[in-house]
Design a protein around this ligand. Sequence first.
Ligand code: ADP
Length: 887
Amino acid sequence: MSDPSATPMMQQYRELKARDPDALLLFRMGDFYEMFGDDAERAAPLLGLALTTRDKDKADAVPMAGFPHPALESYLARIVQAGLRAAVCEQVEDARFARGLVKRDVVRVVTPGTLTDDDLLDPRTANYLAAVVEVSGKIGLAWVELSTGRFSLTGLLRSELIDEIARLNPAEVLISELSLDAPWVRLLRGQPVGPVTVRPSWDFQPEQSRQTLFDQFGTTTLAGFGLDDRAPEVQAAGALMAYLRETQKTALPHITRLTPFRRGETLALDEMSRRSLELVRTLREGKRDGSLLSVIDCTATPMGARLLSDWLTSPLTSPEAIGERLDAVEELLAQSVLRGDLRTMLNQSNDLERLAARVGTGRATPRDLAALARTLALLPKIKARLTARVSRRLNQLEASLELCPEIRAEIEAALVDDPPLAVKEGGLIREGYHPELDELRAAARGGKSWIARFQAEQVRRTGIPSLKVGYNKVFGYYIEITHAQAQARGSSIPSDYVRKQTVKNAERYITPELKEYEDKVTRAEERANELEYELYSTLRDRVSAEAPRLIQAGGVLAQLDVLSALAELAARHGYCRPEIVAEPVFHVEAGRHPVLDALLPPGDFVPNNVRLGPGPDPDEGTILLITGPNMAGKSTYIRQVALMAILAQIGSFVPARRARIGIVDRLFARVGATDELSRGQSTFMVEMTETANILNNATPKSLVILDEIGRGTSTFDGISLAWAITEHIHDALGCRTLFATHYHELVELEKTKARLRNANVAVRESEGEIVFLHRIVPGGADQSYGIHVARLAGVPAPVLERAREILRFLEKQHGPDPGAPASSDPGTSPSTDAPIRRKVKTGRALAGSLFAALPEPILDELRQVDPEALSPEQAIELVKRLRELAG
Ligand code: ADP
């Protein structure tokens, strides 16, 4: 790497760059961070920096771009947002004392998955770093949030990886260099997650990765965490830890535990269902606003907001665990004063988890420590409010809330009330904390009276009353005499005055006595600042050793926050406590869609009942087939069922008057067209893949919601598939299912399928206008309102007129719309033995007539005629028929 022609500094640069060639090296030079070469060329356009060259005149001029050092954090934010890594290189010795080239080193590597700084993180969103490894066909997955120290892992099948990644939504994923060509890596790269970072295979090796973890946790086995040391996920976890060590360059005392994630204990949601239900972000824009999370999030702290998001992405499946949360929510709902008090205190507390993690990574500022102490000061009050509660969970939280009084006392004793951000410029440590510091400060301060005395003495000596002693950073202390005074009669400049500087109206002098004094003061100040820094570092290290306890306290606050926020949610929107049972039922009275209900003016949302699964009425079905016009509210209805199941299983109350919900083990939601096309697959292919996933994986305890399956193909295919899929769900799976469709033909299924019920959305029609009542009522829909809806949507009048004409024609040709009068016209409805036969006709008629023949049906008939083969009688017959057709 050394290049004889390069300057020593450029050699130093290249050496540092070679250590981590992928990261942008931010090279500190004085007050600037500079990038060179390829880095400069890559980063300049991205960061909006001017690209210049170093050593312009030489042949081997190097491209260069830089920014002033105070802007570091904002540029780091942009670098990681762009999915890049940055290595921050500082001058690690004081340039004043350096002999020759000042020493530099990389002090931290900032990557999207390893952020800890508040400025770079969204306080309400977890920022996960994940690692994936494949060992003999099995996948090991580990993930950590450096900013809170949470570290989890799980083993998976290859086919399960993407669903888990979708749940975690990591900011960065590590893979081994050996996995580069694995098919799952391609899938991973297709996900909307952060960058995939390739790491040495060594980090993932079994012995190496185990050793890294043993070192971190001070153990010789991982059995204490409930882990098998040889599990693939342990290798992923070891590689994660190695990466953290390498990028953070500090001990990480706040990472104290590995938590195995047991997926069987949570409601399984595949990636597509998760996205289409818009649990934590919207489908189209990927924003938090408009998601279920955004409307149910009443938390008072960022810790609570993150935990709620966590709960929402992993609903529980154990009735006991859910019941425990519900009990706590119920108690906090009933005790509104208690809830108010707790929320007020939580509101005042800072992000204890992230503060503790910053302490742990050695990056806490004095302000962080002060915030920590202020939050610790709230804990005794919170604990006191939690004593003697009824619900088990609140009692547990009370018991496990550690107050950490000695940490608080230490910080309060050492730091001033409102400390500065900088650690090396003094002003951090309280008076009276350390005798030597107090003395040094007195020496520095004592100066004021000394200067006053000195100034009076000089006025007397020179006879110049306006003589002043001043101070500036460049020259230090000086005596200032205006030109006018110097020339005035009776004044004289003493011989020990040394002229130092001439300014506009005055001369500035120093004397040996003044300089000697200055040295003393400066030395005292410098020494005081150094001592303050030492005292601060000691304090920070002591607090750092307690990081695990602080994180634990933060975890308690987070839970308390989520439980009181769920109670607050129930109070604000009139939610009810769901009765959670084991049998597969879903009985809801006056249920609402949580998001739409919150967005509409109060009372505008039309509540609906849902009855699925065995109930008091033996006639209850498990499949509900909802037919009806577009825009009537079908999707809203079926989505609200899925969202209520999820809310209930995270331990939340639900938007309904009454709810009895049987535990759902897996939830499949296939709703609405999405952006699949951009992923290079046809809509229909994706839809069928997802349907296959449902048919292959649903159990009798699952909940399936399907919206308009079969839309992406011809009508004939679509109806046949929808029909067969519904039959299969009914006959073979028997799980709770809601199916919204505009294929009216399917209503016939009710006749043969014992557990299938038809429903439709009530619509009022008057004078050609239709009003959607959004009320779900029993029975199949009886008209297609497509043209009316098109008019509402602003489709031009001539097109609508033409559509009506075509519809009239179709009805004349084939009888009325098959979906519509099925019940009033049993003669033409499909025989249930041969359901498809009539659909064939309908399908062909729709496709053929609409797109080809319809504009000129007479022509079509004519085209089919073979004039040579016609007898005269047949010819006369044909003319008659054509006349009839022409009306
Ligand atoms: P569909 O799936 O039948 O095409 P949607 O469920 O998308 O219809 O609903 C269309 C619109 O109707 C929604 O955007 C919403 O504004 C409104 N809507 C649906 N259900 C209700 C309801 N229960 N109460 C009030 N408005 C509703």
